[in-house]
Design a protein around this ligand. Structure first.
Ligand code: SAM
Length: 295
C-alpha cells in the first residue's frame, strides 16, 4: 500500500492512500468506541473489585507504586484515560484527577464507573494534541499516561510539547508504556523467536492492522477492526521530552507488560503481568519513565 503524508490537522492525521484521504484519528476512534463498552464488562478491567473494595487499585497502578511516590494532593491529568480505571486508582491515592480521552464511549464508561465507586474524577472529551487548549496551560502537577497510549499518536515531539504545556514548572510526567522494542516484534510467531518485522523508529506512515479482537477477555464481536498506529523509539521519546525542557528523573525497563503481547509465548502472574515463557532477559517489554519540567 502506498502512502503519502501531507501533514496532520489539529485533531486528525489525514493520509492520502490510493487517491483517497483517510483520517487515522477517525479510523482509530471507531475502533475504541466499539471496544470500550466491552472492556468495561470484561473481568480483566476488574470493575467489580473497584466497586466492592474502596481501596482496590488497578494492577497497572499497583505495579508502579514503588516508583510513584506520594501523589496525595497533586492536581493530575491522565492522558488517554480510556474507561478510567487507572485514573480512579490515582484518585484513590489522593490525587485530584482529570481523565482525558477522545472516545466518547470510553468516557461514558469512565463516568459510569466513577459514579458507581463514588470517585470524584472529571472526564474530558478531547484529542490528546488539543489537551493544552482544552485544559489550560501550566495547570497540572502530574501528567500520567501509558499502557497502549503513545502508539496511537503520529508525532512524539508534538506529544512532548503537549505534556510540557500541561505541567506547571516543577511538575512531573509519569509514564509506563509498552517498550518500542516490543512494538517492533512480529507477535504472531509461536516459536519463541523474537523477530523484528515492524519499525522501531517513528515513521511518517502509520502501521495498518486488522484485528477483530481486543486485548482483554470478551465474547463480543466487533465490526470496526482497522487500526493505524506508530512506533516511537526510546531515544526519540526521551529526546522529545528533553527538547521541551523536561529533565529525565527515572527510567526503568521491565521484563513484563500488563497484557498478552506475544500470544502463545507468555505467562501471566497473579498481578496481571505477562512475561516471556523463554528467555525473558532478551529484551525489555515495557518501561516506566519519569521526567520533571524545569522550574
Ligand atoms: C489502550 S487505551 C489506554 C489504556 C489505558 N491505559 C487503560 O488500560 O485503561 C488507549 C486509549 O487512547 C485513546 N486515544 C487514542 N488516541 C487518542 C487521541 N489522539 N486523543 C485522545 N485519546 C486517544 C483511546 O480512545 C483509548 O481509550
Amino acid at each position: 500500500m502506498e502512502w503519502h503524508f501531507p501533514g496532520s490537522t489539529t485533531a486528525s492525521s489525514i493520509y492520502l492512500c490510493h487517491n483517497a484521504f483517510v483520517d487515522s484519528t477517525a479510523v482509530n476512534r471507531l475502533n475504541w468506541d466499539e471496544r470500550a463498552p466491552a472492556h468495561a464488562v470484561s473481568p480483566d478491567y476488574h470493575v467489580t473489585r473497584f466497586v466492592e473494595d474502596p481501596a482496590f487499585l488497578s494492577y497497572v497502578v499497583q505495579f508502579d507504586i514503588p516508583r510513584l511516590g506520594e501523589i496525595s494532593g497533586l492536581h493530575g491529568v491522565h492522558l488517554q484515560c480510556h474507561i478510567g480505571t487507572d485514573t480512579i486508582s490515582l484518585a484513590r491515592l489522593g490525587a485530584r484527577m482529570t481523565g482525558l480521552d477522545y472516545s466518547s464511549a470510553a468516557l461514558t464508561e469512565a463516568r459510569r464507573i466513577a459514579e458507581r465507586v463514588e470517585a470524584d474524577v472529571e472526564f474530558v472529551l478531547a484529542d490528546v494534541y488539543d489537551a493544552g487548549s482544552v485544559l489550560g496551560v501550566g495547570n497540572y502537577d502530574l501528567v500520567y499516561t501509558g499502557i497502549g497510549a503513545l502508539c496511537w499518536l503520529p508525532d512524539i515531539r508534538r506529544w512532548a510539547r503537549t505534556v510540557a504545556g500541561l505541567l506547571r514548572p516543577g511538575g512531573r510526567l509519569f509514564i509506563r508504556e509498552g517498550h518500542p522494542m516490543l512494538w517492533s516484534l512480529n507477535e504472531q510467531r509461536d516459536d519463541q523467536l523474537l523477530v523484528v518485522d515492524y519499525p522501531y523508529f517513528e515513521t511518517a506512515e502509520p502501521h495498518i492492522d486488522e484485528d477483530d479482537g481486543t486485548y482483554v477477555a470478551t465474547d463480543r464481536a466487533f465490526a470496526h477492526n482497522t487500526t493505524h498506529t506508530w512506533n516511537h523509539g526510546m531515544g526519540e521519546i526521551i529526546t522529545a521530552l528533553i527538547d521541551v525542557g523536561m529533565e529525565l528523573t527515572a527510567f526503568a525497563e521491565h521484563r513484563s507488560v500488563p497484557w498478552d503481547a506475544l500470544p502463545g509465548n507468555m505467562i501471566c502472574d497473579e498481578q496481571g503481568e505477562w512475561r516471556m515463557r523463554m528467555g525473558p532477559e532478551r529484551i525489555p517489554l515495557s518501561y516506566t519513565l519519569q521526567a520533571r519540567k524545569s522550574a
